[in-house]
Write a protein that binds this ligand. Sequence first.
Ligand SMILES: NC(=O)c1ccc[n+]([C@@H]2O[C@H](COP(=O)([O-])OP(=O)(O)OC[C@H]3O[C@@H](n4cnc5c(N)ncnc54)[C@H](OP(=O)(O)O)[C@@H]3O)[C@@H](O)[C@H]2O)c1
Length: 281
Amino acid sequence: MTVSQHDMKPILILGGTGKTGRRIAEQLAQRNLPVRIGSRGATPSFDWDDRSSWPGAVEGAGAVYICYYPDLAAPGAAEAVGAFAEFAVGMGVKRLVLLSGRGEPEAQRAEERVQQSGADWTILRCSWFMQNFSESFLLDAVLSGEVALPVGAVGEPFVDTDDIADAAVAALSDDRHIGQLYELTGPRMLTFADAVAEISAAAGRDIRFVEISVADFKAGLTDQQLPQELIDLLMMLFTEVLDGRNQHVVDGVSRALGRAPRDFTDYANNAAAAGIWAEAQ
Ligand SMILES: NC(=O)c1ccc[n+]([C@@H]2O[C@H](COP(=O)([O-])OP(=O)(O)OC[C@H]3O[C@@H](n4cnc5c(N)ncnc54)[C@H](OP(=O)(O)O)[C@@H]3O)[C@@H](O)[C@H]2O)c1
């Protein structure tokens, strides 16, 4: 591994308590690299929506993992990420690693802003996370025994967030990844029905996938009284991004890490063994 100058300065992990950031922060700490978490709950706190919080979080950092919240596909994400990247470079940050999404125009605009920031950059352009079923917005549906979504036969090469974390740690600590755009996918495509069937088998529970209409999906989100921004985001992700545009496996994990990506079956077996989908007693 290359140990470069920035390794001596703290590495700021935005979203450092989330699905990817938590894993990255743990790995860096295990390597005795100095880590600083960037989130609203951290000290000093970092809030994407409050730019007065940015200097305290960034000051003295040598590298930043940029994980935007709520989603890089959301309107305004590119502007916020671009402004942050320029701010960080102005504060002396040398390296930026951006967590991005596949087939999302706003995310691709954010990538360009990071590439133009003047920092040494690496882009991790990821497919849907496997952990959406165990650590995120699909967990409650899995636990209820029915996952109802407006998607049919479209295939998605779900990626394991442990692979994203491995690639991010490599990019934050090894100069060979500077200037690389890695498209990170899992090793095979699954439909959402396939994914739920795998989870059902691993968990030993009857968990069904049901394809519903876009109108019923929207009505369900509205009934849950979710914020309108979140409803709009989920509608866009399910109706636009899952239109088949990402229906191919690519080799970003092996290019970045020199090994095959983790498979969905292993993810499902590990999550089931950890009791994440266990029935409530
Ligand atoms: N899920 C997918 O399938 C997928 C696929 C491709 C790309 N992505 C991208 O992944 C990113 C999300 O990454 P993730 O799943 O690792 O994160 P996550 O699990 O959603 O975690 C959210 C993190 O962000 C922090 N946070 C929440 N609101 C914040 C705010 N206003 N300002 C600053 N920090 C805030 C949270 O901590 P606090 O609560 O303490 O602030 C937490 O650390 C998005 O940009 C999305 O576009 C997701």
